[in-house]
Ligand binder design. Structure first.
Ligand SMILES: CC(=O)N[C@@H](Cc1ccc2ccccc2c1)C(=O)O
Ligand SMILES: [Mg+2]
Length: 365
């Protein structure tokens, strides 16, 4: 059926604790939600762009403008997710803006067919094991307290944010405290190839992987680094499409891939990345962008696909939010249940949404 329009909704949601990475510290999220309205009903998508372009080139206000001025006009009154992907192709970049609209269209398309994201994408398990991403802290004792808390909650894997000056010592301390804990690190592009010898000092700690040590455009650098460091290299920011995933794999730049639907332009492309990695025998896991339950529900369904063999950053809602926009995702035996309802299988709570909303704008198709 036809698209009536898209509602853009800006919400401000506080974080339960500051989250520090190599590119800055966040204490609250400004999130852009997209609601697609068609003759069949409505669907929700979440734009994972940050308020500032410090993770990648996108940012909330830019994504809103791209949706309003360049994506919606190309959609016309079309509501078909595949045609939307095609219509968006002439627009270069802006994967998070495209993914937010695409997810909303896919949600309404699936709800109208009484089909869940999991069924549609090809989920093979009813629950997905959860990992958690732990920020840079002011001291090692503070980090150990945070890690102990997450381990006690049942998280199956701990990921530590690192940057030059906060890497070997915190990793050593966590490994000594938790000798058998699945452990990995994420540098968010903070190092250079000149740091190879230093990064190799992480090799004794039996890490699962080192995530995105170098700048996102340095595929050759990651391939060179992979020959100098024993710990597997995993890419995040670098992987913006299935084709780039294949290129990075065959060039030896990555042996594990973090998949984020927003970073690759949507759930259809995310599944293609999953399939390309499976074809090369490269395991994947589902990354996180501190999504509300709307984005989280869809991510959990994606993380249930067969080649998602490592715990992802699909943490419980309480890792980030005291109150989530939807029913909270709760850890059960270290895993999150894949929603089984039509579409994403969750819906925002009207009262919570109203309380968090900064602004809404309805864009008629
Ligand atoms: C869970 C995790 O580590 N996510 C990103 C980094 C990140 C960190 C902080 C964020 C704050 C606001 C919005 C998105 C953010 C993404 C990553 O894997 O690289
Ligand atoms: Mg990352």
């Amino acid at each position: 059926t036809e698209l009536e329009g898209l509602e853009l909704r800006w919400i401000d949601i506080p974080l339960v604790s500051p989250f520090r990475t190599s590119f800055g510290t966040e204490t609250a999220r400004r999130v852009l939600l997209v609601r697609a309205v068609t003759g069949d009903g409505e669907g929700w998508g979440e734009c994972v762009a940050m308020d500032e372009p410090v993770y990648s080139a996108e940012y909330v206000e830019g994504a809103a403008q791209v949706i309003r001025d360049f994506l919606l006009p190309r959609l016309g009154r079309g509501a078909d997710p595949w045609k939307a992907e095609e219509a968006f192709r002439p627009v270069h970049g802006h994967p998070m803006a495209k993914a937010a609209v695409g997810a909303a269209l896919l949600d309404v398309w699936l709800r109208a067919r009484d089909t869940s994201f999991g069924e549609f994408l090809g989920a093979v398990r009813p629950a997905v094991p959860s990992g958690v991403s732990v920020g840079i802290m002011d001291s090692v004792p503070e980090l150990l307290d945070a890690v102990d808390g997450y381990v006690a909650e049942g998280y199956r894997r701990i990921k530590l944010k690192i940057e030059p000056g906060w890497d070997v010592a915190p990793v050593r301390a966590v490994r000594e405290r938790h000798p058998d804990l699945p452990l990995q690190v994420d540098a968010n592009t903070a190092y250079t190839l000149a740091d190879a010898r230093h990064l190799a000092r992480l090799d004794p700690f039996d890490l699962l992987l080192i995530e995105q040590p170098l700048p996102e455009d340095d595929i050759a650098g990651h391939a060179a680094l992979a020959r100098l460091v024993a710990t597997p290299i995993c890419l995040d920011e670098s992987i913006t499409s299935a084709a780039i995933a294949a290129d990075a794999i065959v060039r030896g730049a990555t042996s594990v891939v973090n998949i984020k639907p927003g970073r690759v332009g949507g759930f259809l492309e995310a599944r293609r990345v999953h399939d390309v990695c499976a074809a090369h025998g490269v395991p994947v896991w589902c990354g996180g962008m501190l999504e509300t339950g709307i984005g989280r529900a869809a991510n959990v369904a994606l993380a249930a696909l067969p080649n998602f063999t490592l715990p992802g950053d699909t943490s419980a809602s309480s890792r980030y939010f005291a109150t989530d926009v939807t029913e909270p995702f709760v850890l059960e035996d270290g895993a999150l249940l894949v929603p089984t309802g039509p579409g994403i299988g969750v819906a925002p709570d009207e009262a919570v949404l109203r309380a968090l909303t900064v602004r809404t704008e309805f864009l008629p198709a």
